[in-house]
Design a protein around this ligand. Structure first.
Ligand code: BES
Ligand code: ZN
Length: 617
Protein backbone atom coordinates (compact mmCIF):
# COMPACT_ATOMS: atom_id res chain seq x y z
CA UNK A 1 0.00 0.00 0.00
CA UNK A 2 2.70 2.45 1.06
CA UNK A 3 4.83 1.29 -1.84
CA UNK A 4 2.07 1.96 -4.28
CA UNK A 5 1.50 5.48 -2.96
CA UNK A 6 5.19 6.21 -3.20
CA UNK A 7 5.37 4.88 -6.75
CA UNK A 8 2.35 6.95 -7.63
CA UNK A 9 3.94 10.05 -6.14
CA UNK A 10 7.17 9.49 -8.05
CA UNK A 11 5.24 8.95 -11.23
CA UNK A 12 3.17 12.07 -10.66
CA UNK A 13 6.33 14.11 -10.10
CA UNK A 14 7.94 12.72 -13.23
CA UNK A 15 4.92 13.30 -15.38
CA UNK A 16 4.62 16.81 -13.96
CA UNK A 17 8.20 17.38 -15.13
CA UNK A 18 7.63 16.05 -18.61
CA UNK A 19 4.36 17.91 -18.78
CA UNK A 20 6.24 21.12 -17.96
CA UNK A 21 8.73 20.63 -20.74
CA UNK A 22 5.89 19.84 -23.13
CA UNK A 23 4.35 23.15 -22.00
CA UNK A 24 7.52 25.10 -22.69
CA UNK A 25 6.33 28.48 -23.96
CA UNK A 26 8.57 29.80 -26.75
CA UNK A 27 7.30 33.34 -26.12
CA UNK A 28 8.68 33.46 -22.58
CA UNK A 29 12.23 33.31 -21.18
CA UNK A 30 10.93 32.08 -17.82
CA UNK A 31 12.16 28.74 -16.46
CA UNK A 32 8.89 27.81 -14.84
CA UNK A 33 10.02 24.21 -14.66
CA UNK A 34 12.43 25.47 -11.96
CA UNK A 35 10.45 28.11 -10.13
CA UNK A 36 6.95 29.54 -10.21
CA UNK A 37 5.58 32.86 -9.11
CA UNK A 38 2.72 32.35 -6.66
CA UNK A 39 2.02 35.99 -5.82
CA UNK A 40 2.89 39.41 -7.16
CA UNK A 41 2.74 42.76 -5.40
CA UNK A 42 3.08 45.94 -7.44
CA UNK A 43 3.92 49.25 -5.81
CA UNK A 44 3.92 51.84 -8.56
CA UNK A 45 3.53 55.52 -9.15
CA UNK A 46 2.00 56.79 -12.38
CA UNK A 47 3.81 59.82 -13.77
CA UNK A 48 1.82 61.31 -16.62
CA UNK A 49 4.37 63.97 -17.51
CA UNK A 50 7.02 61.33 -18.19
CA UNK A 51 4.56 58.60 -19.21
CA UNK A 52 6.02 56.05 -16.85
CA UNK A 53 5.05 53.72 -14.06
CA UNK A 54 7.84 53.48 -11.51
CA UNK A 55 8.33 51.55 -8.29
CA UNK A 56 8.84 47.90 -7.56
CA UNK A 57 7.40 44.44 -8.12
CA UNK A 58 7.64 41.88 -5.37
CA UNK A 59 7.37 38.26 -6.49
CA UNK A 60 6.70 35.37 -4.13
CA UNK A 61 8.34 32.21 -5.43
CA UNK A 62 7.79 28.50 -5.24
CA UNK A 63 11.06 26.71 -5.97
CA UNK A 64 10.61 23.41 -7.76
CA UNK A 65 14.18 22.68 -8.79
CA UNK A 66 16.22 22.82 -5.58
CA UNK A 67 19.48 23.33 -7.46
CA UNK A 68 18.37 26.39 -9.45
CA UNK A 69 20.28 29.60 -8.65
CA UNK A 70 18.93 31.93 -11.31
CA UNK A 71 15.56 33.60 -11.57
CA UNK A 72 14.66 34.54 -15.13
CA UNK A 73 11.89 37.08 -15.68
CA UNK A 74 10.46 38.53 -18.88
CA UNK A 75 10.87 42.25 -19.48
CA UNK A 76 10.43 44.58 -22.40
CA UNK A 77 11.85 48.09 -22.29
CA UNK A 78 11.90 48.01 -18.50
CA UNK A 79 14.57 50.11 -16.88
CA UNK A 80 15.67 47.98 -13.89
CA UNK A 81 17.62 49.84 -11.22
CA UNK A 82 17.91 47.38 -8.35
CA UNK A 83 16.99 43.84 -7.31
CA UNK A 84 16.63 42.64 -3.72
CA UNK A 85 16.09 39.20 -2.23
CA UNK A 86 14.51 38.28 1.08
CA UNK A 87 16.65 36.10 3.34
CA UNK A 88 15.31 33.67 5.93
CA UNK A 89 16.26 36.16 8.68
CA UNK A 90 13.75 38.61 7.23
CA UNK A 91 16.37 40.96 5.73
CA UNK A 92 16.37 42.28 2.20
CA UNK A 93 19.73 42.29 0.44
CA UNK A 94 20.88 43.32 -3.01
CA UNK A 95 21.20 40.68 -5.73
CA UNK A 96 23.11 41.02 -8.97
CA UNK A 97 21.25 40.91 -12.22
CA UNK A 98 21.69 41.35 -15.94
CA UNK A 99 19.45 42.03 -18.88
CA UNK A 100 20.04 39.81 -21.91
CA UNK A 101 20.09 41.05 -25.46
CA UNK A 102 16.87 42.38 -26.88
CA UNK A 103 14.78 40.11 -29.09
CA UNK A 104 12.02 41.63 -31.13
CA UNK A 105 8.62 40.95 -29.47
CA UNK A 106 10.03 38.80 -26.68
CA UNK A 107 12.00 41.63 -25.12
CA UNK A 108 14.86 40.92 -22.75
CA UNK A 109 15.36 38.23 -20.16
CA UNK A 110 16.13 39.63 -16.71
CA UNK A 111 18.55 37.18 -15.08
CA UNK A 112 18.86 37.47 -11.34
CA UNK A 113 21.78 35.62 -9.74
CA UNK A 114 20.79 34.14 -6.40
CA UNK A 115 23.02 33.15 -3.49
CA UNK A 116 20.15 30.99 -2.17
CA UNK A 117 16.53 30.31 -3.09
CA UNK A 118 14.67 33.32 -1.69
CA UNK A 119 10.98 33.19 -0.98
CA UNK A 120 10.61 36.74 -2.28
CA UNK A 121 12.37 38.97 -4.79
CA UNK A 122 11.90 42.70 -5.36
CA UNK A 123 12.64 44.32 -8.70
CA UNK A 124 12.82 48.13 -8.78
CA UNK A 125 12.06 49.48 -12.22
CA UNK A 126 10.42 52.06 -14.42
CA UNK A 127 8.51 51.54 -17.64
CA UNK A 128 9.33 53.21 -20.96
CA UNK A 129 6.92 55.80 -22.43
CA UNK A 130 6.76 53.44 -25.42
CA UNK A 131 5.80 50.39 -23.29
CA UNK A 132 3.88 48.14 -25.67
CA UNK A 133 1.12 47.40 -23.17
CA UNK A 134 0.46 50.97 -22.09
CA UNK A 135 -1.17 53.78 -23.91
CA UNK A 136 -0.65 57.19 -22.41
CA UNK A 137 -3.07 59.79 -23.70
CA UNK A 138 -2.94 63.54 -23.57
CA UNK A 139 -6.01 65.37 -22.24
CA UNK A 140 -7.01 66.23 -25.83
CA UNK A 141 -7.45 62.54 -26.55
CA UNK A 142 -10.17 62.21 -23.88
CA UNK A 143 -13.77 63.38 -23.84
CA UNK A 144 -13.48 66.08 -21.22
CA UNK A 145 -10.13 67.22 -22.54
CA UNK A 146 -9.19 68.03 -18.96
CA UNK A 147 -7.08 65.14 -17.75
CA UNK A 148 -4.80 62.56 -19.34
CA UNK A 149 -5.62 58.88 -19.48
CA UNK A 150 -3.70 55.61 -19.47
CA UNK A 151 -4.77 52.02 -20.02
CA UNK A 152 -3.04 48.68 -20.48
CA UNK A 153 -3.55 45.83 -22.93
CA UNK A 154 -1.34 42.94 -21.78
CA UNK A 155 -2.52 40.04 -23.94
CA UNK A 156 -0.66 38.26 -25.32
CA UNK A 157 2.90 39.08 -24.20
CA UNK A 158 2.87 42.74 -23.26
CA UNK A 159 2.54 42.44 -19.48
CA UNK A 160 6.35 42.28 -19.45
CA UNK A 161 6.46 45.88 -20.67
CA UNK A 162 4.94 47.11 -17.40
CA UNK A 163 5.94 44.45 -14.86
CA UNK A 164 8.85 41.99 -14.65
CA UNK A 165 6.99 38.68 -14.55
CA UNK A 166 7.06 35.11 -15.77
CA UNK A 167 5.04 36.23 -18.76
CA UNK A 168 3.49 32.94 -19.82
CA UNK A 169 -0.10 31.75 -19.43
CA UNK A 170 1.33 28.52 -17.95
CA UNK A 171 2.07 30.32 -14.67
CA UNK A 172 -0.69 31.67 -12.42
CA UNK A 173 -0.38 33.88 -9.39
CA UNK A 174 -2.48 36.00 -7.09
CA UNK A 175 -1.65 39.68 -6.97
CA UNK A 176 -2.12 42.90 -5.09
CA UNK A 177 -1.10 46.44 -5.87
CA UNK A 178 -0.78 49.97 -4.55
CA UNK A 179 -0.87 52.56 -7.29
CA UNK A 180 -0.29 56.28 -6.86
CA UNK A 181 -1.98 58.55 -9.36
CA UNK A 182 -2.48 62.32 -9.63
CA UNK A 183 -5.44 63.90 -7.84
CA UNK A 184 -8.71 63.92 -9.76
CA UNK A 185 -8.05 60.57 -11.34
CA UNK A 186 -9.19 57.08 -10.50
CA UNK A 187 -7.28 53.83 -10.89
CA UNK A 188 -8.94 50.51 -11.73
CA UNK A 189 -7.32 47.10 -12.10
CA UNK A 190 -8.26 43.53 -12.98
CA UNK A 191 -8.82 42.84 -9.29
CA UNK A 192 -11.11 43.77 -6.41
CA UNK A 193 -12.05 47.39 -7.06
CA UNK A 194 -13.60 49.35 -4.24
CA UNK A 195 -16.17 51.68 -5.85
CA UNK A 196 -15.96 53.88 -2.74
CA UNK A 197 -12.19 54.21 -2.70
CA UNK A 198 -10.75 57.72 -2.72
CA UNK A 199 -7.13 56.99 -3.57
CA UNK A 200 -5.76 58.46 -0.35
CA UNK A 201 -2.45 56.72 0.33
CA UNK A 202 -2.60 55.15 -3.12
CA UNK A 203 -5.22 53.03 -4.84
CA UNK A 204 -5.20 49.51 -3.45
CA UNK A 205 -6.13 46.27 -5.18
CA UNK A 206 -6.25 42.58 -4.42
CA UNK A 207 -6.77 39.66 -6.74
CA UNK A 208 -7.17 36.61 -4.58
CA UNK A 209 -7.61 34.11 -7.40
CA UNK A 210 -4.54 33.00 -9.34
CA UNK A 211 -4.39 34.46 -12.84
CA UNK A 212 -1.90 34.33 -15.71
CA UNK A 213 0.16 37.46 -16.40
CA UNK A 214 -1.75 38.46 -19.54
CA UNK A 215 -4.74 39.26 -17.34
CA UNK A 216 -2.86 41.93 -15.39
CA UNK A 217 -4.59 45.17 -16.27
CA UNK A 218 -4.72 48.80 -15.21
CA UNK A 219 -6.48 51.95 -16.32
CA UNK A 220 -6.13 55.46 -14.93
CA UNK A 221 -8.21 58.47 -15.85
CA UNK A 222 -10.99 60.78 -14.90
CA UNK A 223 -13.58 58.07 -14.30
CA UNK A 224 -17.10 57.92 -13.02
CA UNK A 225 -18.73 54.72 -11.84
CA UNK A 226 -22.38 53.68 -12.16
CA UNK A 227 -24.00 50.43 -11.02
CA UNK A 228 -25.68 48.39 -13.77
CA UNK A 229 -26.62 45.29 -11.79
CA UNK A 230 -26.35 43.63 -8.38
CA UNK A 231 -22.71 42.63 -8.98
CA UNK A 232 -21.79 44.91 -11.84
CA UNK A 233 -20.86 48.51 -12.39
CA UNK A 234 -19.50 50.43 -15.34
CA UNK A 235 -16.60 52.85 -15.20
CA UNK A 236 -16.25 55.47 -17.93
CA UNK A 237 -15.30 59.05 -18.56
CA UNK A 238 -18.03 61.23 -17.00
CA UNK A 239 -19.36 62.35 -20.40
CA UNK A 240 -19.90 58.75 -21.42
CA UNK A 241 -21.13 57.17 -18.20
CA UNK A 242 -24.84 57.63 -18.88
CA UNK A 243 -24.76 56.11 -22.34
CA UNK A 244 -22.49 53.31 -21.15
CA UNK A 245 -24.74 52.40 -18.22
CA UNK A 246 -27.77 52.45 -20.47
CA UNK A 247 -26.14 50.15 -23.01
CA UNK A 248 -25.11 47.62 -20.39
CA UNK A 249 -28.38 47.01 -18.55
CA UNK A 250 -28.53 43.36 -19.67
CA UNK A 251 -25.25 42.44 -17.96
CA UNK A 252 -26.82 40.60 -15.02
CA UNK A 253 -29.07 38.61 -17.35
CA UNK A 254 -25.98 37.51 -19.23
CA UNK A 255 -24.13 36.46 -16.09
CA UNK A 256 -27.18 34.48 -14.97
CA UNK A 257 -27.47 32.84 -18.41
CA UNK A 258 -23.82 31.78 -18.36
CA UNK A 259 -24.15 30.50 -14.79
CA UNK A 260 -27.17 28.40 -15.73
CA UNK A 261 -25.01 26.67 -18.34
CA UNK A 262 -21.56 26.45 -16.77
CA UNK A 263 -21.91 26.92 -13.05
CA UNK A 264 -21.41 29.82 -10.64
CA UNK A 265 -19.53 32.92 -11.73
CA UNK A 266 -16.38 32.57 -9.67
CA UNK A 267 -14.96 36.10 -9.72
CA UNK A 268 -17.44 37.85 -7.42
CA UNK A 269 -17.95 41.12 -9.28
CA UNK A 270 -18.21 41.61 -13.02
CA UNK A 271 -17.42 45.26 -13.68
CA UNK A 272 -16.62 46.93 -16.97
CA UNK A 273 -14.70 49.99 -18.07
CA UNK A 274 -15.46 51.86 -21.27
CA UNK A 275 -12.19 53.29 -22.55
CA UNK A 276 -11.38 56.13 -24.96
CA UNK A 277 -11.69 55.26 -28.67
CA UNK A 278 -8.03 54.43 -29.19
CA UNK A 279 -8.54 51.16 -27.34
CA UNK A 280 -7.27 48.93 -30.15
CA UNK A 281 -9.75 46.04 -29.84
CA UNK A 282 -13.41 45.51 -29.04
CA UNK A 283 -13.03 44.10 -25.59
CA UNK A 284 -10.56 42.45 -23.24
CA UNK A 285 -11.63 39.97 -20.61
CA UNK A 286 -9.56 41.33 -17.74
CA UNK A 287 -10.93 39.48 -14.71
CA UNK A 288 -13.48 41.41 -12.65
CA UNK A 289 -13.03 44.38 -15.01
CA UNK A 290 -13.71 43.85 -18.70
CA UNK A 291 -12.11 46.58 -20.83
CA UNK A 292 -14.32 47.86 -23.65
CA UNK A 293 -14.15 50.04 -26.72
CA UNK A 294 -16.58 52.99 -26.59
CA UNK A 295 -17.67 52.04 -30.11
CA UNK A 296 -19.69 49.21 -28.59
CA UNK A 297 -22.18 51.84 -27.46
CA UNK A 298 -24.57 51.71 -30.42
CA UNK A 299 -27.42 53.35 -28.52
CA UNK A 300 -29.73 50.40 -29.12
CA UNK A 301 -27.74 47.63 -27.35
CA UNK A 302 -27.21 45.92 -30.69
CA UNK A 303 -23.55 45.21 -29.99
CA UNK A 304 -23.80 43.67 -26.55
CA UNK A 305 -22.77 40.23 -27.77
CA UNK A 306 -19.33 41.72 -27.18
CA UNK A 307 -20.16 41.66 -23.45
CA UNK A 308 -21.40 38.08 -23.75
CA UNK A 309 -18.03 37.22 -25.30
CA UNK A 310 -15.85 38.90 -22.67
CA UNK A 311 -18.06 37.53 -19.90
CA UNK A 312 -17.79 34.01 -21.36
CA UNK A 313 -14.03 34.26 -20.87
CA UNK A 314 -14.75 34.14 -17.12
CA UNK A 315 -15.04 30.39 -17.79
CA UNK A 316 -13.13 29.81 -21.03
CA UNK A 317 -9.79 31.58 -20.74
CA UNK A 318 -9.70 33.11 -17.29
CA UNK A 319 -10.75 29.99 -15.37
CA UNK A 320 -9.30 27.43 -17.80
CA UNK A 321 -6.42 29.06 -19.64
CA UNK A 322 -4.47 28.12 -22.75
CA UNK A 323 -1.13 26.81 -21.46
CA UNK A 324 0.74 28.64 -24.21
CA UNK A 325 -0.39 30.83 -27.10
CA UNK A 326 -0.20 27.79 -29.34
CA UNK A 327 -3.44 26.63 -27.72
CA UNK A 328 -5.20 29.97 -28.22
CA UNK A 329 -8.29 28.20 -29.62
CA UNK A 330 -8.95 26.83 -26.10
CA UNK A 331 -9.50 30.45 -25.05
CA UNK A 332 -11.17 32.02 -28.05
CA UNK A 333 -12.87 29.10 -29.82
CA UNK A 334 -14.53 28.01 -26.59
CA UNK A 335 -15.48 31.59 -25.78
CA UNK A 336 -17.02 32.09 -29.21
CA UNK A 337 -19.10 28.96 -28.69
CA UNK A 338 -20.23 30.03 -25.22
CA UNK A 339 -21.10 33.52 -26.52
CA UNK A 340 -23.68 32.12 -28.92
CA UNK A 341 -25.18 30.04 -26.11
CA UNK A 342 -25.55 33.18 -23.97
CA UNK A 343 -27.00 35.11 -26.91
CA UNK A 344 -29.53 32.32 -27.43
CA UNK A 345 -30.60 32.46 -23.76
CA UNK A 346 -31.10 36.22 -23.91
CA UNK A 347 -32.39 36.85 -27.41
CA UNK A 348 -33.74 33.51 -28.56
CA UNK A 349 -32.87 30.79 -31.04
CA UNK A 350 -33.54 32.79 -34.17
CA UNK A 351 -31.08 35.55 -33.26
CA UNK A 352 -28.50 32.98 -32.13
CA UNK A 353 -28.82 31.12 -35.42
CA UNK A 354 -28.35 34.35 -37.39
CA UNK A 355 -25.35 35.18 -35.25
CA UNK A 356 -23.87 31.78 -35.96
CA UNK A 357 -24.53 31.94 -39.67
CA UNK A 358 -22.87 35.33 -40.06
CA UNK A 359 -19.90 34.08 -38.01
CA UNK A 360 -19.55 30.91 -40.08
CA UNK A 361 -19.92 32.68 -43.41
CA UNK A 362 -17.30 35.23 -42.46
CA UNK A 363 -15.02 32.33 -41.46
CA UNK A 364 -15.52 30.61 -44.82
CA UNK A 365 -14.84 33.89 -46.64
CA UNK A 366 -11.66 34.45 -44.62
CA UNK A 367 -10.11 31.12 -45.67
CA UNK A 368 -8.99 32.46 -49.04
CA UNK A 369 -6.62 34.87 -47.31
CA UNK A 370 -5.04 32.40 -44.85
CA UNK A 371 -2.25 29.96 -45.82
CA UNK A 372 -3.45 26.35 -45.47
CA UNK A 373 -0.79 25.55 -42.86
CA UNK A 374 -2.21 28.28 -40.63
CA UNK A 375 -5.81 27.10 -40.89
CA UNK A 376 -5.55 24.36 -38.25
CA UNK A 377 -6.94 24.91 -34.75
CA UNK A 378 -3.53 24.00 -33.40
CA UNK A 379 -0.20 23.14 -34.95
CA UNK A 380 1.20 19.61 -34.63
CA UNK A 381 4.72 21.00 -34.29
CA UNK A 382 6.29 20.90 -30.84
CA UNK A 383 5.76 24.17 -29.00
CA UNK A 384 9.21 25.54 -29.70
CA UNK A 385 8.56 28.36 -32.14
CA UNK A 386 5.66 30.77 -32.32
CA UNK A 387 6.21 30.86 -36.08
CA UNK A 388 4.17 27.66 -36.35
CA UNK A 389 1.12 29.10 -34.57
CA UNK A 390 -2.19 29.06 -36.38
CA UNK A 391 -4.21 32.04 -37.64
CA UNK A 392 -5.50 33.76 -34.54
CA UNK A 393 -8.66 35.07 -36.19
CA UNK A 394 -9.83 31.78 -37.64
CA UNK A 395 -9.67 29.84 -34.36
CA UNK A 396 -12.60 31.87 -33.01
CA UNK A 397 -15.27 30.58 -35.43
CA UNK A 398 -13.54 27.29 -36.22
CA UNK A 399 -13.08 26.30 -32.57
CA UNK A 400 -16.69 27.25 -31.89
CA UNK A 401 -17.79 25.22 -34.88
CA UNK A 402 -16.05 22.09 -33.57
CA UNK A 403 -17.80 22.46 -30.21
CA UNK A 404 -21.12 23.15 -31.91
CA UNK A 405 -20.68 19.98 -34.00
CA UNK A 406 -20.04 17.92 -30.87
CA UNK A 407 -23.04 19.53 -29.19
CA UNK A 408 -25.40 18.89 -32.08
CA UNK A 409 -24.39 15.27 -32.43
CA UNK A 410 -24.24 14.39 -28.72
CA UNK A 411 -27.27 16.46 -27.75
CA UNK A 412 -27.27 19.21 -25.15
CA UNK A 413 -28.22 16.87 -22.31
CA UNK A 414 -24.83 15.20 -22.84
CA UNK A 415 -22.74 18.08 -24.13
CA UNK A 416 -23.66 20.81 -21.64
CA UNK A 417 -22.58 18.86 -18.52
CA UNK A 418 -19.52 17.72 -20.46
CA UNK A 419 -18.40 21.29 -21.12
CA UNK A 420 -19.26 22.39 -17.61
CA UNK A 421 -17.10 19.53 -16.33
CA UNK A 422 -14.17 20.77 -18.43
CA UNK A 423 -14.38 24.14 -16.71
CA UNK A 424 -14.92 22.65 -13.24
CA UNK A 425 -12.17 20.07 -13.43
CA UNK A 426 -9.59 22.48 -14.82
CA UNK A 427 -10.61 25.56 -12.87
CA UNK A 428 -7.70 27.96 -12.20
CA UNK A 429 -5.41 25.78 -14.31
CA UNK A 430 -3.77 26.15 -17.68
CA UNK A 431 -4.52 23.50 -20.28
CA UNK A 432 -3.26 22.16 -23.60
CA UNK A 433 -5.12 20.79 -26.60
CA UNK A 434 -3.95 17.27 -25.72
CA UNK A 435 -5.51 17.64 -22.29
CA UNK A 436 -8.78 18.64 -23.91
CA UNK A 437 -8.63 15.70 -26.32
CA UNK A 438 -8.04 13.32 -23.38
CA UNK A 439 -10.96 14.83 -21.53
CA UNK A 440 -13.13 14.59 -24.64
CA UNK A 441 -12.33 10.94 -25.17
CA UNK A 442 -12.91 9.94 -21.56
CA UNK A 443 -15.98 12.01 -20.89
CA UNK A 444 -17.85 12.02 -24.16
CA UNK A 445 -16.49 9.85 -26.96
CA UNK A 446 -16.01 6.74 -24.77
CA UNK A 447 -19.75 6.50 -24.19
CA UNK A 448 -20.77 8.07 -27.54
CA UNK A 449 -18.19 6.95 -30.11
CA UNK A 450 -20.61 7.72 -32.94
CA UNK A 451 -20.31 11.47 -32.20
CA UNK A 452 -16.94 11.84 -33.91
CA UNK A 453 -14.31 9.53 -35.32
CA UNK A 454 -10.65 10.00 -34.48
CA UNK A 455 -10.01 10.90 -38.12
CA UNK A 456 -12.63 13.64 -38.11
CA UNK A 457 -11.42 15.01 -34.79
CA UNK A 458 -7.91 15.22 -36.21
CA UNK A 459 -9.21 16.95 -39.30
CA UNK A 460 -10.82 19.63 -37.13
CA UNK A 461 -7.76 20.06 -34.95
CA UNK A 462 -4.92 19.79 -37.44
CA UNK A 463 -6.49 20.12 -40.89
CA UNK A 464 -6.95 23.18 -43.08
CA UNK A 465 -10.33 24.80 -43.66
CA UNK A 466 -13.63 23.60 -42.27
CA UNK A 467 -14.31 19.85 -42.61
CA UNK A 468 -16.82 19.00 -45.35
CA UNK A 469 -18.84 17.14 -42.70
CA UNK A 470 -19.56 20.39 -40.85
CA UNK A 471 -23.15 21.50 -40.68
CA UNK A 472 -23.64 25.14 -41.66
CA UNK A 473 -26.04 27.30 -39.71
CA UNK A 474 -29.02 28.28 -41.83
CA UNK A 475 -31.34 30.94 -40.52
CA UNK A 476 -34.73 31.21 -42.21
CA UNK A 477 -34.71 34.97 -41.77
CA UNK A 478 -31.34 35.29 -43.48
CA UNK A 479 -32.52 33.02 -46.31
CA UNK A 480 -35.47 35.34 -46.92
CA UNK A 481 -33.08 38.25 -46.93
CA UNK A 482 -30.83 36.48 -49.47
CA UNK A 483 -33.75 36.29 -51.86
CA UNK A 484 -34.29 40.03 -51.55
CA UNK A 485 -30.62 40.74 -51.95
CA UNK A 486 -30.26 38.78 -55.20
CA UNK A 487 -33.28 40.49 -56.71
CA UNK A 488 -31.96 43.86 -55.55
CA UNK A 489 -28.48 43.27 -56.97
CA UNK A 490 -30.03 42.33 -60.31
CA UNK A 491 -32.04 45.53 -60.24
CA UNK A 492 -35.35 43.65 -59.99
CA UNK A 493 -36.20 44.94 -56.53
CA UNK A 494 -36.13 48.70 -55.92
CA UNK A 495 -34.09 49.81 -52.92
CA UNK A 496 -37.13 51.34 -51.23
CA UNK A 497 -38.85 47.94 -51.31
CA UNK A 498 -36.16 46.21 -49.24
CA UNK A 499 -37.64 45.30 -45.85
CA UNK A 500 -34.60 46.93 -44.26
CA UNK A 501 -36.60 48.99 -41.76
CA UNK A 502 -37.26 45.88 -39.73
CA UNK A 503 -33.76 44.40 -40.00
CA UNK A 504 -31.79 43.85 -36.85
CA UNK A 505 -28.05 44.53 -36.85
CA UNK A 506 -27.16 40.95 -37.84
CA UNK A 507 -29.36 41.18 -40.92
CA UNK A 508 -27.66 44.39 -41.97
CA UNK A 509 -24.26 42.81 -41.43
CA UNK A 510 -25.20 39.78 -43.50
CA UNK A 511 -26.65 41.92 -46.28
CA UNK A 512 -23.66 44.25 -46.43
CA UNK A 513 -21.15 41.39 -46.34
CA UNK A 514 -22.81 39.88 -49.36
CA UNK A 515 -23.06 43.00 -51.50
CA UNK A 516 -19.46 44.06 -50.92
CA UNK A 517 -17.85 44.27 -54.36
CA UNK A 518 -21.17 43.63 -56.13
CA UNK A 519 -23.41 46.66 -55.56
CA UNK A 520 -23.14 49.82 -57.66
CA UNK A 521 -22.40 53.30 -56.37
CA UNK A 522 -25.98 54.23 -57.18
CA UNK A 523 -27.31 51.36 -55.07
CA UNK A 524 -25.09 52.29 -52.14
CA UNK A 525 -26.36 55.84 -52.35
CA UNK A 526 -29.96 54.64 -52.35
CA UNK A 527 -29.34 52.48 -49.29
CA UNK A 528 -27.90 55.50 -47.57
CA UNK A 529 -30.76 57.80 -48.55
CA UNK A 530 -33.55 55.36 -47.78
CA UNK A 531 -32.27 53.93 -44.54
CA UNK A 532 -29.62 56.36 -43.27
CA UNK A 533 -27.02 53.60 -43.05
CA UNK A 534 -24.15 56.08 -43.16
CA UNK A 535 -25.42 57.56 -39.90
CA UNK A 536 -25.91 54.33 -37.96
CA UNK A 537 -24.63 54.22 -34.38
CA UNK A 538 -23.74 50.57 -34.88
CA UNK A 539 -20.11 50.42 -35.88
CA UNK A 540 -20.25 46.86 -37.20
CA UNK A 541 -22.85 48.08 -39.71
CA UNK A 542 -21.10 51.38 -40.42
CA UNK A 543 -17.84 49.60 -41.09
CA UNK A 544 -19.41 47.19 -43.59
CA UNK A 545 -21.35 49.99 -45.24
CA UNK A 546 -18.22 52.11 -45.70
CA UNK A 547 -16.26 49.15 -47.02
CA UNK A 548 -18.91 48.27 -49.62
CA UNK A 549 -19.24 51.97 -50.53
CA UNK A 550 -15.52 52.45 -51.09
CA UNK A 551 -15.52 49.24 -53.13
CA UNK A 552 -18.46 50.51 -55.22
CA UNK A 553 -17.08 54.02 -55.61
CA UNK A 554 -19.88 55.70 -53.65
CA UNK A 555 -18.59 58.81 -51.93
CA UNK A 556 -18.76 58.40 -48.16
CA UNK A 557 -15.87 60.72 -47.40
CA UNK A 558 -17.67 62.84 -44.87
CA UNK A 559 -18.99 60.11 -42.52
CA UNK A 560 -15.96 57.92 -43.15
CA UNK A 561 -13.62 60.74 -42.18
CA UNK A 562 -15.52 61.07 -38.92
CA UNK A 563 -15.44 57.32 -38.39
CA UNK A 564 -11.70 57.01 -39.00
CA UNK A 565 -11.00 59.92 -36.67
CA UNK A 566 -13.17 58.59 -33.86
CA UNK A 567 -12.78 54.80 -34.07
CA UNK A 568 -9.46 53.18 -33.29
CA UNK A 569 -10.38 49.54 -33.52
CA UNK A 570 -7.84 47.70 -35.68
CA UNK A 571 -10.40 45.30 -37.06
CA UNK A 572 -12.22 48.25 -38.66
CA UNK A 573 -9.58 50.78 -39.58
CA UNK A 574 -7.03 48.47 -41.22
CA UNK A 575 -9.42 46.99 -43.86
CA UNK A 576 -10.89 50.45 -44.51
CA UNK A 577 -7.53 52.07 -45.21
CA UNK A 578 -6.55 49.04 -47.29
CA UNK A 579 -9.69 49.40 -49.43
CA UNK A 580 -9.18 53.16 -49.79
CA UNK A 581 -5.58 52.66 -50.88
CA UNK A 582 -6.65 50.26 -53.61
CA UNK A 583 -8.86 52.97 -55.06
CA UNK A 584 -6.81 55.48 -57.10
CA UNK A 585 -9.33 58.27 -56.42
CA UNK A 586 -9.24 57.82 -52.67
CA UNK A 587 -5.56 57.18 -52.07
CA UNK A 588 -4.50 60.78 -51.47
CA UNK A 589 -7.61 61.47 -49.47
CA UNK A 590 -6.85 58.46 -47.26
CA UNK A 591 -3.33 59.76 -46.72
CA UNK A 592 -4.71 63.08 -45.54
CA UNK A 593 -7.17 61.43 -43.15
CA UNK A 594 -4.51 59.17 -41.68
CA UNK A 595 -2.18 62.11 -41.16
CA UNK A 596 -4.81 63.57 -38.81
CA UNK A 597 -6.02 60.30 -37.30
CA UNK A 598 -2.72 58.53 -36.64
CA UNK A 599 -2.02 60.15 -33.30
CA UNK A 600 -5.46 59.09 -32.06
CA UNK A 601 -4.69 55.42 -32.67
CA UNK A 602 -3.07 52.88 -30.39
CA UNK A 603 0.59 52.13 -31.27
CA UNK A 604 -0.40 48.62 -32.38
CA UNK A 605 -3.03 50.03 -34.70
CA UNK A 606 -0.54 52.60 -36.01
CA UNK A 607 1.90 49.83 -36.87
CA UNK A 608 -0.74 47.86 -38.78
CA UNK A 609 -1.98 50.89 -40.72
CA UNK A 610 1.59 51.99 -41.45
CA UNK A 611 2.13 48.54 -42.97
CA UNK A 612 -0.95 48.88 -45.16
CA UNK A 613 0.36 52.23 -46.44
CA UNK A 614 3.81 50.78 -47.12
CA UNK A 615 2.30 47.90 -49.04
CA UNK A 616 0.29 50.31 -51.17
CA UNK A 617 3.36 52.40 -52.12
N1 BES B 1 -8.95 38.22 -25.63
C1 BES B 1 -9.45 38.85 -26.79
C2 BES B 1 -8.62 40.01 -27.25
C3 BES B 1 -7.20 39.68 -27.66
C4 BES B 1 -6.88 38.54 -28.35
C5 BES B 1 -6.20 40.58 -27.35
C6 BES B 1 -5.56 38.29 -28.72
C7 BES B 1 -4.89 40.32 -27.70
C8 BES B 1 -4.57 39.17 -28.38
C9 BES B 1 -10.88 39.33 -26.59
O1 BES B 1 -11.65 38.52 -25.78
C10 BES B 1 -11.54 39.32 -27.94
O2 BES B 1 -11.62 38.28 -28.52
N2 BES B 1 -12.03 40.47 -28.39
C11 BES B 1 -12.74 40.57 -29.64
C12 BES B 1 -14.21 40.54 -29.33
C13 BES B 1 -15.11 39.97 -30.36
C14 BES B 1 -14.68 38.62 -30.88
C15 BES B 1 -16.53 39.90 -29.84
C16 BES B 1 -12.37 41.88 -30.29
O3 BES B 1 -11.88 42.77 -29.59
O4 BES B 1 -12.54 42.04 -31.49
ZN1 ZN C 1 -12.05 36.65 -26.68
Amino acid sequence: MIKKTLAAAVFAALSALTATSAHADPLSYARYDQVRTTDLYLDLKADFSHKTLAGYAELTLNWIDKSARTLVLDTNELNVSKVQVLAANGRWSAASFMLDKLELQKGRALRIALPFQPQKVRVYYRTAPSATALQWMNPEQTMSGKRPFMFSQSEEINARSWAPVQDTPAVRFTYSARIEAPAGMRVVMSAENDPNATGAGGWKFRMTQPIPSYLLAIAIGELDVRPVGPRSAVYAEPQRIEAAANELVDTEKMIAAAESLYGPYRWERYDMIVLPPSFPIGGMENPRMTFLTPTMIAGDRSLVDLIAHELAHSWSGNLVTNASWKHFWLNEGFTTYVTTRIVEKLYGEEVAEMNLQVEQEEAMASLAGIPAAKQALVSRDPDTSAATYTDSGLVYPKGAWLLRTLEQRAGREVFDPFLRGWFDQHAFQSATTDEFVDYLKKNLLAAHPEVMTQAELEEWLYGAGIPASAKHAASARLAALDAQRSAWLKGELPTADLSARSWIALEWMHFLNDINGKATAQQMQELDQNFGVGKTGNNEIAYRFFLASVQAGYNVREPLNKFLLSVGRQKFVVPLYTALLKNANEKDWAKGVYAKARSHYHPETQTSVDKAFKKAQ
